[in-house]
Design a protein around this ligand. Structure first.
Ligand code: PHE
Length: 452
């Protein structure tokens, strides 16, 4: 497009992109966050709103974000600068890239803390802590664990270090390899957990909770959470998918690939829900127990089932790897920008982004123990960061991406870049991205601030 030298990596194949983008999408969002926010927001009705958001907002924006990245083959900040220039639009669009970089680092700061919990649970599974334990013992194990800032800091640091070590190696070597074996294994383990859930007498109660909507439980807050989660779980609105799209070879169909990734992501979340809620009800636990939900339920299953020792270890190992493949995509926009625009070496870029997010993560750690009573706008530091990023920054980022792709970028550019198989499929996307997705986000926001 222009003459500037491209110092940017590239995926070796379509499969590599699919694996990496799926790796980014599938993570703690699906297995840890989806079940607990579904529990907090009353189940079925929330799930329906979330699915609608994925379909009508998430998928079109995911196509748009990938397309913007691939068109420019640059990091998100530069992408926005370059494409704005191409479209002859206002310069301020590059702030969109900036907001994404910041959102990614803010998310990573607490994401790494939770991934640290999952890492610690690998060890707990290994040492047999879940063996024959009842719900109360499992709960105590968790409560004691998060009450210890030292332990949480240790695991958070270990996870952050692992993330940075992978990111330092760059796109092909670091990222591609990590995902290859993850997805199939994760699916198998989730199916086995669902099979266990079927043996509890609360299987249908769990299914009912997840899939039979009770719309009276839906508040405007839960609609916002459902929409925010559609962005979070698909890694949208902050440049992660844009960066991955920028490494995508030109001859690959963006729309087909996106549908595949979003489909896999949704299936993993639903499977996690189907596995977890029967265990919740069978043990008289509360669906709205919050961020500890999976750590208080799944170990009961591992402690009780045959082969549970190995299953427990493998499950938490998988969860950590799933988190790793997401966390690398959370820093990649920042690192790519520092390397490509600020002349940082990859090492130095990783060191600085890693250190600053690590430090911020300590705030989230304290909000589970020593600062549990420190509240800002009625929220702990962890809750505040989560709300700010998932419910505000990602939807605002996604909204802007939709406006840019639908209204600012020329039809010719998007048509050429997407190269859809039929005119109708392009047309459908164009309507969704120009009208449906942005107005949906807009109305949800209006509703939350009470205007509607
Ligand atoms: N999609 C990831 C998950 O579900 C989290 C994530 C959000 C990753 C935004 C990248 C960007 O766990």
């Amino acid at each position: 497009m222009d003459t500037k030298k491209i110092v940017h990596g590239a995926w070796s194949s379509r499969l590599a992109f699919i694996l990496a983008a799926t790796g980014s999408a599938v993570g703690l969002g699906n297995i840890w966050k989806f079940p607990y926010i579904t529990g907090e927001n009353g189940g079925g009705a929330f799930v329906i709103v979330y699915l609608l958001c994925v379909l009508l907002i998430g998928i079109p924006i995911m196509i748009a974000e990938t397309m913007l990245g691939r068109r420019s083959q640059r990091n998100p900040i530069e992408t926005m600068e370059l494409l704005t220039e191409e479209a002859g639009a206002d310069k301020n669009w590059h702030y969109l890239g900036w907001m994404g970089v910041v959102a990614g680092l803010l998310i990573l700061s607490y994401y790494s803390v939770i991934a640290g919990w999952a890492s610690a649970y690998v060890l707990k599974a290994f040492t047999g802590s879940f063996f024959d334990a009842d719900a109360a013992q499992i709960r105590q194990l968790f409560d004691e664990f998060i009450a210890s800032p030292i332990q949480l800091i240790f695991w958070h640091s270990a996870f952050m270090l692992a993330t940075m070590l992978i990111v330092v190696r760059g796109v092909n070597k670091g990222l591609e390899k990590a995902v290859q074996y993850l997805m199939p294994t994760l699916f198998i383990l989730l199916f086995l957990l669902v099979a266990y859930a079927m043996t509890t007498d609360s299987y249908f109660q769990g299914l009912k909770f997840l899939f039979i909507p009770d719309f009276s439980k839906l508040t405007s807050g839960s609609v916002l959470t459902a929409m925010g989660h559609a962005f979070f779980t698909l890694s949208l609105g902050m440049g992660a998918i844009m960066v991955y799209g920028s490494y995508l070879p030109k001859n690959i169909s963006i729309a087909k690939t996106t549908l595949l990734i979003a489909g896999a992501d949704t299936v993993v979340a639903l499977l996690a829900g189907i596995a977890i809620f029967p265990i919740v009800f069978a043990n008289n636990l509360q669906p709205d127990s919050g961020p500890g939900l999976i750590f208080q339920t799944l170990p009961i299953a591992f402690g009780a089932m045959t082969g549970g020792w190995l299953m427990g270890i493998s499950f938490f190992v998988m969860l950590v790897i799933a988190a790793l493949t997401s966390s690398i995509s959370l820093v990649e926009p920042a690192v790519a920008w520092l390397v490509e625009n600020k002349n940082f070496s990859r090492q130095k870029a990783c060191l600085w982004t890693g250190l600053s997010t690590w430090l911020l993560g300590i705030g989230s750690i304290f909000s589970f123990n020593v600062w549990a009573n420190v509240k800002l706008f009625d929220r702990s530091i962890f809750q505040l960061l989560d709300y700010l990023t998932a419910n505000l920054m990602l939807p605002i980022g996604g909204f802007s991406i939709a406006i840019f792709a639908g209204w600012i970028m020329s039809r010719q550019s998007s048509e050429q870049e997407l190269n859809m198989p039929t005119v109708q499929s392009y047309q459908i996307w164009k309507i969704l991205i120009s009208y449906v997705a942005p107005s949906a986000v807009f109305f949800v926001f209006l509703h939350v601030v009470g205007v509607l």
